[in-house]
Design a protein around this ligand. Sequence first.
Ligand SMILES: NC(=O)c1ccc[n+]([C@@H]2O[C@H](COP(=O)([O-])OP(=O)(O)OC[C@H]3O[C@@H](n4cnc5c(N)ncnc54)[C@H](O)[C@@H]3O)[C@@H](O)[C@H]2O)c1
Length: 375
Amino acid sequence: MVPGFTEDQTMSEVIKEAWAIQAESMNQWVFACLMAAGMDPVDAKLVARSLVQTSLWGIDSHGVARVPHYLKRIQAGSIDPKPQIQVHRTGPCTAQVDGGHGHGIVICHRAMEEAIAMAKENGLGAVGVGNSSHCGAIGLYGRQAASQGLVALALTHSDAFVAPYGGRAKFLGTNPICLAVPSSNALEPICVDMATSAVSWNRVENARRENQPLEKGWALDQHGSPTTDPHAVGCLLPLAAYKGYALAFLIDLFCGPLNAMPYGPRIPAMYGDYAQQRRLGSFMMALDPKRFAGGATLASTAVAMAAEARRQPPAFDGAEILVPGDPEYRCEKIRRRSGIPIEPGQWKEIREWSQRMKVEAPTKVNNNEARPMEI
Ligand SMILES: NC(=O)c1ccc[n+]([C@@H]2O[C@H](COP(=O)([O-])OP(=O)(O)OC[C@H]3O[C@@H](n4cnc5c(N)ncnc54)[C@H](O)[C@@H]3O)[C@@H](O)[C@H]2O)c1
């Protein structure tokens, strides 16, 4: 248990005050920091937009909170701010991308762009990625393809944080998966984007930063005992026991060995030596639904199916049925109005990095509607 908090305290009880930064102000700050770090303006714009979008979706583990991490890695030399990204077509529907150790968000967008181009030309595009770095929320890339009317699969892996099912020491990454299907509303595809661990590691990082407890069932300590203290975590648990473990194992093979990159415990640590290149891989796939019998009506059927699911009887009074993607689109509507919530430790980091990079800090406003969705 974290000192100062009871085990049953919820996030809203722990956070007494809510502060927020409007999306545009945050976007300008992230862009300015990345430019000061030496990134190409087009790439800095893409990364800033992607991180702000991720935060607008409510994914506080993988949005603007990670800016200090990326800046540290650029400064230490393991992320090349102006990488030579090479795209090699290996067949009509396949390509291999060498990311040149650039920013993972830039590399994965480029890889999905290639998958989209092949899917439009030949029905299917599958792209392996190597020599990359942390690429943020994998849902960015699934939605990139779905917004162009394509069905998408996006995978990436991380260094070892998660125990294999039945184990008590970390072996696999939090290896996330995204599956996306276009809907008639191009801005809101049906999209699942999640880690295959009980929780993503960056939520633990945020909890450490704010000194807040974790939920039960997420982690074990160094001795293999359950813990809610973020500072005592030895490893995370897989999502849904052996099912998450099995998915993570296969995702690692798709992202690491398939792209001649390392797997699990052999991947350089995200929070380890900042000068060491990560050598991460990813896998991006897009396919044209019109090549399949139901393709012409898929987008409208997806919307109808979602509406039908939401009308199903709730399990208990007050329960609400959602479909994948709903929480993110709802959160975005609120945060576009009220801003992106900023926690005290995060605000301290923003001020410190503004000074270090010699950029103006964004404007912080008090706004209770903008409470964090998660740690
Ligand atoms: N790049 C990396 O190395 C890496 C590693 C791990 C995780 N991540 C990212 O971390 C982020 C968070 O992952 P997470 O596992 O904490 O996500 P999560 O547990 O919050 O799950 C999110 C997914 O579940 C869906 N969902 C939530 N509630 C739902 C409901 N009631 N009904 C239907 N669907 C619902 C959401 O729409 C979303 O697709 C993701 O964006 C992921 O890509 C990245």
